[in-house]
Design a protein around this ligand. Structure first.
Ligand SMILES: NC(=O)c1ccc[n+]([C@@H]2O[C@H](COP(=O)([O-])OP(=O)(O)OC[C@H]3O[C@@H](n4cnc5c(N)ncnc54)[C@H](OP(=O)(O)O)[C@@H]3O)[C@@H](O)[C@H]2O)c1
Length: 305
């Protein structure tokens, strides 16, 4: 099968190549999915799991990309809950070959059915950004109606989901980002917007929840804006400065069939809009992941035309 592979961590996305790889075999509780569309996050080339297996052994050449939408073509021993021919989408194991390929093997529990009226490209754009937003707001942030929230990078893949879901849940949302992102963030439902390059974040006053995906100085300054009893949720690693009188939580997104179902239902009924910027084929994937200019929105690879 055709797949994008990486062998050299130092090379980053420039080191991605299109190669021929053996088709994956389904392990216990797996399904094999014929990938129709795949999503990839640049930072995964910095994660140890892209390069080594759970025992620390080199697993290169490895196939990156951990979001997929496609059709089940085979079931492993003991697999239940999904059938051959079923449309599915979801998030695959960080330590196994990923989804920038014609086929991927994935544990069935990490997938959810993809309704027939949701395009594969849309399905592949939802798992990481949708689940991360859901888990940060609902599971870790315990957001309640009437609370206020800083949604950093509100025009980005995760931030746009955070903004839309938080508004639906009845929160007051202050989006942040670059000057050029203001209109997009407001269109995703942000009540207010802070251009981090030119405006003072501190002017927004204390908030109940900060959803941080930037970190560094912005993360530290955000921690000081958390109200007593509030929470700083980070998705970019351990928090460098904790709120004086609040919680700090960092987490890595996990797949969850029920939450995937919640997310895709919202896409179907129009409550949630995904932010796809570029759609490219597998042959064009390496160039698409090495853009020469800033490209807003998520890049999705349409593996099958
Ligand atoms: N822990 C987890 O489970 C998890 C899950 C998903 C994502 N993540 C991480 O979360 C981060 C965001 O992911 P994403 O997919 O949402 O990325 P994205 O689509 O690139 O969105 C990030 C947005 O934030 C903006 N931004 C970043 N730094 C900024 C700064 N200093 N000032 C103003 N705006 C800034 C970006 O603008 P520019 O493009 O102009 O910088 C972009 O609009 C990544 O580091 C990713 O690895 C973690």
């Amino acid at each position: 099968m055709k797949a994008i592979v990486v062998t050299d961590q130092a090379a980053g996305t420039a080191g991605m190549t299109l190669a021929e790889r053996p088709e994956p075999q389904p392990s216990i509780n797996d399904v094999v999915v014929q990938v129709h569309a795949s999503g990839f996050v640049n930072t995964e080339l910095g994660w140890p799991s892209t390069w080594t297996d759970r025992l620390g052994r080199d697993r290169t050449p490895s196939i990156p990309g951990h979001e997929l939408a496609g059709v089940v073509t085979a079931l492993g021993y003991g697999t239940t809950g999904l059938s051959v021919g079923q449309r599915v989408f979801g998030l695959t194991d960080w330590s196994r070959d990923g989804t920038l390929a014609d086929y991927a093997a994935v544990e069935a529990r990490n997938l959810a059915p993809l309704p027939g009226d949701v395009d594969f490209t849309v399905g592949a754009s939802l798992p990481i950004s949708g689940l991360t937003a859901w888990q940060g707001l609902v599971v870790h942030g315990r957001l309640r109606a009437g609370q206020s929230l800083i949604a950093h990078g509100a025009a980005g893949a995760v931030g746009s989901m955070v903004t839309q879901l938080a508004r639906e849940f009845g929160a007051w949302v202050i989006g942040t980002g670059r000057a050029a992102d203001r209109q997009a963030a407001l269109a995703f439902g942000a009540n207010d917007f802070v251009d981090l390059d030119n405006e003072a974040l501190e002017d927004v006053g204390p908030v109940d929840l900060v959803f941080d995906l930037i970190g560094g100085e912005i993360g530290k300054r955000s921690a000081r804006l958390v109200r007593p009893g509030g929470t700083l949720v980070s998705i970019i690693g351990p928090v460098e400065e904790r709120p004086a009188d609040g919680l700090a939580i960092d987490f890595v997104v996990e797949s969850d069939r029920a939450q995937l179902g919640e997310i895709v239902q919202r896409v179907r009924d129009g409550r949630l809009r995904t932010h796809i910027g570029t759609i490219a084929s597998l042959d064009e994937a390496v160039a698409a992941f090495n853009p020469t200019e800033r490209r807003p929105g998520k890049t999705i690879i349409r593996v099958r035309p």
